[in-house]
Design a protein around this ligand. Structure first.
Ligand SMILES: Cc1cc2nc3c(=O)[nH]c(=O)nc-3n(C[C@H](O)[C@H](O)[C@H](O)COP(=O)(O)OP(=O)(O)OC[C@H]3O[C@@H](n4cnc5c(N)ncnc54)[C@H](O)[C@@H]3O)c2cc1C
Length: 335
């Protein structure tokens, strides 16, 4: 891949290369390789920026100087840091438009053909195409409309109802955020405006509760950098790598299809299979059921989510699936 980047730089007489950090181990290794190759080129600069999160992973540290690894203190410190230095939340102005001659000069780039989809990555039929496109309309303005709708209609009751999937209480912005279609800074700027420009530690309790979830996303990226083996198919707590999981193909199939007979779990899996999305509370419960009740390797579930979720995000998914000693009772949870 670094050969291709280098060839592209040469073919197009490029002087500056910019990119955003991706924090997973393979991605960091890839970018280091590209950086080394570019370093050997005269007159080409290379810059990686932190854009996935408001606070760069590793910034918030404990008194002992190590990266914070516990959510509650991290959340508190995040609120203090963004209040003290509100420029963390600043939006970056869009780039100046290119001059008219660029369209002609760069024509061959715009003419390039889109690569075809890998096998098994296309919709299975027109009905599915229509359904998924209807649920997840593409593009930045669709994402911003969804954000506005959520802030106007739902956020005020988010703190009270966020764990009740039947109400569809959340923003459904995860697909837009994980694909980089809208940025967390855009989401937070709109939330702050809605909060009468107050910081997120005061004002509307729904806003505070929603922003706390966004901080969870930031925290998970901090953990991914602090515990790199977590991006390499290993649990954070390596003890869980010694678990002997069950080979239960029947249980697995029933779980995948939403036919376990446990309504709360089945509702979650059917939502996933129909919408390419699942409410957070159901994600927690279906994951707990697979690993703690069926005793099936959490990595199978993690992969099933990765191939079925429209909002798949390695950091959130891996850490959502991290094995733990918490076991959910799906009957009490449904109540
Ligand atoms: C087993 C499991 C797997 C998960 N897999 C993913 C995944 O692949 N991709 C993904 O984006 N989220 C994942 N999550 C986190 C969470 O379930 C989704 O982000 C959330 O349900 C998306 O719905 P929403 O946009 O309406 O969220 P809202 O409640 O409106 O929250 C706003 C945003 O905050 C972030 N967020 C919300 N909850 C969490 C959370 N618990 N952890 C981290 N970030 C959060 C998301 O970016 C979300 O869009 C997973 C959680 C679990 C328990």
């Amino acid at each position: 891949k670094s050969d291709k980047v280098l060839q592209f730089i040469k073919d197009n007489d490029i002087s500056h290369v910019f990119g955003n950090f991706e924090y997973e181990v393979d991605e960091i290794r890839r970018d280091i390789k590209v950086a080394h190759r570019i370093q050997d080129e005269k007159d080409v600069s290379f810059e990686l920026l932190h854009d996935q999160t408001v606070l760069e992973p590793g910034l918030l540290r404990t008194g002992a100087g190590t990266p914070m690894k516990v959510f509650t203190p991290y959340h508190k410190a995040w609120l203090v840091e963004t209040k003290k230095n509100p420029e963390h939340l600043d939006l970056v102005a869009p780039p100046e438009p290119n001059d008219k001659s660029s369209a002609e000069k760069l024509k061959k780039l715009f003419d390039s053909k889109l690569p075809s989809l890998p096998e098994n990555k296309d919709f299975i039929n027109d009905e599915e195409r229509k359904r998924i496109r209807g649920l997840w309309p593409a593009g930045h303005s669709a994402g911003m409309d969804r954000l506005e709708h959520f802030l106007n209609e739902k956020v005020s009751s988010y703190a009270t109802h966020r764990s009740e999937p039947a109400r569809d209480p959340s923003s459904r912005l995860s697909a837009y955020i994980s694909a980089g279609v809208i940025s967390v800074r855009e989401a937070l700027a709109a939330a702050k405006k809605h909060n009468k420009n107050k910081h997120f530690d005061t004002g509307d309790s729904g806003i505070a509760s929603w922003v706390r979830e966004i901080v969870f996303r930031e925290f998970y990226r901090q953990i991914l950098v602090a515990i790199p083996h977590n991006a390499m198919n290993l649990p954070q707590n390596l003890k869980f790598d010694n678990v002997h999981w069950e080979e239960d193909e029947e249980g697995w199939e029933k779980w995948c299809q939403g036919k376990t007979g446990v309504p709360w779990v089945d509702a979650g899996m059917r939502q996933l299979n129909t919408e390419a999305y699942m409410h957070n509370r159901l994600r927690m419960n279906t994951a707990s059921y697979l690993t703690a009740n069926l005793l099936i390797d959490y990595r199978r579930g993690e992969r099933y989510f990765a191939t079925h979720l429209i909002d798949w995000d390695l950091s959130n998914n891996t850490q959502g699936w991290e094995p733990s000693y918490t076991v959910f009772n799906p009957i009490a949870q449904a109540e």
